[in-house]
Design a binder for this molecule. Structure first.
Ligand code: AKB
Length: 313
């Protein structure tokens, strides 16, 4: 029986930590990491790795057959800020890679798929406080449009072809092992690096821009819990709202100051401000709690403590 897991986009911010966590749980050899380029030394040395362009269906199909893959986590994507600069490239990457894995699901070449969505599926007309699971969704970014379309396709493949695809709308993710790249929420990682290296940070969002965020440890746990849940618990096949914490740049700066009193922040908002202004302040994740028992563990204070502690090392 096939039992191995393939992570596509394993060298990115989420992929790296997901690879380590799945390897810890299932053993190194059962988790095949893949990406368009090689990752950091720890990742490359911890188990099997394949160079793979997620848009190349034949290469993907070959790896799935060769490694006897049962489950795919598709983590490759172009994020919000970069996608605004390269709209068609973002659309092609984000959609083609999803269609490739959904096709493998439809043809029963894999039995389970994880695909990440984002709070970017919401737009300026969405209620911004405690944004519900089902609400107005008129995303105004290329990334958001691709994620919203992806959600509709996931639900469609589940309903019409019984593909077991599961998804989470990730908020901004905060991690210390791998840097994010090309997102609007990236400031919430950069700020810790700069606070430790220089004692100052110039933020590309305004001080009062509140956004939903989550510590990576919680995000990985949520992803694994969702994937381990019995299929009958997964009642939403588009994507689940998921909440961790919400804060502004001024609030994260204040928690850093508790550890580094001389830390200074200033603000120089750029084009990412408009993207942030179109997203929710906070998320209602009642369905994730009720359907598969989700509960976040990290607040801003705990996140800051862990980030500074690990980055110092
Ligand atoms: C981004 O900022 O683009 C991502 C996201 C919220 O999906 N971190």
């Amino acid at each position: 029986m096939k039992k191995n897991i393939l992570i596509v986009g394993a060298c990115g911010q989420i992929g790296t930590e997901l690879t380590f966590s799945l390897r810890e749980k299932h053993g190194n050899e059962a988790i095949i990491a893949s990406d368009i380029r090689e990752g950091n030394e720890d990742l490359m040395n911890s188990g099997p790795f394949e160079l793979l362009d997620a848009m190349d269906y034949n290469a993907l199909e070959e790896i799935v057959a060769y490694h006897e893959i049962d489950t795919i986590y598709l983590m490759a994507a172009m994020l919000s800020a970069t996608a605004e600069r390269f709209p068609m490239r973002a659309w092609n990457l984000n959609m083609d890679s999803l269609f490739n894995v959904l096709k493998l699901g439809k043809e029963k070449k894999v039995s389970k798929i994880f695909w990440p969505s984002s709070i970017a599926v919401f737009g300026p007309s969405t209620p911004r406080e405690n944004t519900p699971q089902h609400t107005i969704m008129e995303p105004s970014t290329v990334y958001g449009i691709s994620k919203q379309s992806g959600e509709r396709w996931c639900e469609y493949y589940h309903k019409n072809y019984q593909v077991d695809v599961r998804s989470i709308r990730y908020p901004g993710l905060i991690s210390w092992k791998t840097m994010p790249g090309g997102g609007t929420t990236d400031y919430a990682v950069e700020i810790y690096h700069k606070a430790l290296a220089d004692g100052t940070y110039t933020c590309f969002l305004k001080e009062d821009t509140e956004l939903p965020m989550m510590f990576m440890h919680d995000a990985i746990r949520a992803t694994m819990e969702l994937m381990e849940s019995d299929a009958e618990n997964i009642k939403i096949r588009s994507s689940y709202n998921l909440a961790g914490m919400s804060f502004t740049p001024a609030e994260i700066a204040a928690t850093i100051k508790n550890h580094i009193p001389e830390f200074k922040i200033d603000y120089a908002p750029d084009s990412r401000q408009a993207i942030a202004d179109s997203w929710p302040y906070s998320i209602d994740d009642t369905e994730a709690q009720q359907h598969w028992g989700w509960k976040a563990a990290f607040n801003l204070e705990k996140t800051t403590e862990k980030m500074l502690e690990n980055l110092k090392k």
